[in-house]
Design a protein around this ligand. Structure first.
Ligand SMILES: [Zn+2]
Length: 438
């Protein structure tokens, strides 16, 4: 029974894998992967080619014109509904084409704003084919997931355009502007994905203040108040963070250029220390595994002798030896991977060099850029602000790429950041850098 189910599953997975591969080849060759959008139909002489479906295309053109005349998606939907224009779903149905979709419960001429919005966004109307816009996780879970734009494969001018490219672009531009003004959610910030909560380890999420969109902030995505388990919000304003991180990077670049020797030593210290710690930990684990490995050898010898001497039955011997062999095979796999790790850890020393040359590139940086953050920073831990001697202080731990956390010596003449931001409710939060005396 179980076996039958498993083979069925394998079979299904196999078929779906083949289908996926063939889809991938077709998609990369520029064949449309989905059905044509409203306004196009399959060419009867070549189903891989789309031709203009004139009555529907006329509606698409009208929608674009109305939008360029300044009408919003809701107004456009109302106008089409009032004029008794068939919605795409009902239009296709009238032509005898079956398409999945909701909307059957509304009237045949009930346009909604999301349909209009979708039509206004499709680049296919310029004549292009866009493949891999969505994907499904597995053959079992058919739900389509939006693919990142960078993974799309686009073929230009494959079929006849319904909307001239310039006109389409003008619509995208004006819609982009109006949309941005309306909703701020979903927009990204240069720190998105880099910030983690120092207490629970979850990512911090980017938000806008509802009342004042100029105020952008992050807080813990796992905060208790929002159905999570973290005790504090870990609220931090994006502008405060920008100043802090920029000043820390500038301190670091200043340090690198003014105190090259010290930096080199500090880095060596860091990497050597880290390397030594890591090697020691690996060695400890490896030793204990090797001990167990020898133990198993002697246990095996023991039961073998017992078996030969008749103290242990053949049946028990074979069961016990199978058990030992299994454990030993598992053990040897672990030993092998630890030995590999040991070699990898030894090659880490040169990463300090890589990091130093990355830092030098930003010696004159006046502004944070996404590229700079990516090159230098692995993640930033945000701590909850605390009241120290009557002043709210917030700690931030920057984990740099290659080297991790670095505390600059406090006795060198480096600019000390003096960053205070008026955050919520008139509370001033100050940042204090980590330093260490050498
Ligand atoms: Zn948290």
């Amino acid at each position: 029974m179980l076996y039958a189910r498993l083979t069925n599953e394998w079979y299904a997975r196999d078929i779906s894998k083949k289908r996926r591969i063939s889809n991938k080849i077709k998609g990369n060759a520029g064949e449309p992967m989905g059905p044509p959008p409203f306004g196009y139909e399959k060419d009867p002489s070549n189903p891989k080619h789309w031709i203009i479906d004139e009555p529907a295309a006329a509606v698409v053109r009208r929608i674009y014109r109305m939008n360029l005349d300044g009408m919003g998606v809701e107004q456009i939907a109302d106008a089409l509904s009032k004029d008794g224009i068939l919605t795409p779903l009902f239009y296709w149905e009238a032509k005898g084409i079956r398409r999945p979709g909701k909307g059957a419960k509304y009237g045949p001429c009930h346009w909604n704003s999301s349909t209009v919005s979708k039509i206004l966004s499709l680049q296919e109307y310029c004549g292009d084919i866009l493949n891999f816009k969505t994907y499904s996780k597995s053959y079992k879970n058919k739900r389509r997931i939006e693919n990142d734009r960078e993974n799309w494969v686009i073929f230009k001018d494959v079929h006849e355009a319904i909307i001239p490219r310039q006109m389409w672009e003008a619509v995208q531009e004006s819609r982009g502007r109006t949309r941005k003004r309306r909703t701020h959610e979903g927009e990204r910030n240069i720190f998105s994905g880099l910030l983690v909560c120092a207490d629970c380890g979850n990512n911090l999420h980017f938000h806008f203040n509802q009342g004042n969109p100029e105020i952008k902030y992050f807080n813990c995505s796992n905060y208790k108040g929002n159905r999570g388990t973290c005790n504090s919000t870990h609220y931090i304003r994006a502008d405060f963070l920008e100043q802090v991180v920029l000043s820390e990077i500038r301190r670091l670049t200043r340090f690198v250029s003014q105190y090259e020797q010290e930096f080199s030593e500090l880095m060596m210290g860091y990497t050597q220390q880290a390397m030594a710690d890591e090697q020691r930990a690996i060695k400890r684990e490896l030793d204990s595994l090797l001990v167990r490995d020898r133990e198993l050898d002697s246990l095996f010898e023991h039961i073998y002798e017992d078996n030969v001497n008749g103290k242990l039955s053949d049946d028990r011997f074979s069961r016990m030896s199978a058990k030992y062999e299994e454990e030993q095979a598992e053990l040897r796999k672990k030993i092998k991977s630890l030995q590999d790790n040991m070699d990898k850890s030894k090659s880490k020393a040169s990463t300090a060099e890589i990091f130093m040359s990355a830092v030098r590139k930003y010696t004159r940086a006046r502004k944070l850029t996404p590229r700079m953050l990516n090159e230098l920073i692995q993640k930033i831990e945000v701590h909850q602000a605390e009241k120290i001697d009557g002043v709210w202080v917030q700690k931030i731990t920057i984990h740099y790429n290659c080297i991790g956390v670095i505390a600059l010596p406090s006795d060198l003449a480096l600019p000390t950041p003096d960053i205070t931001v008026n955050t919520r409710k008139g509370v001033y939060v100050t940042y204090m850098p980590d330093t260490k005396a050498v």
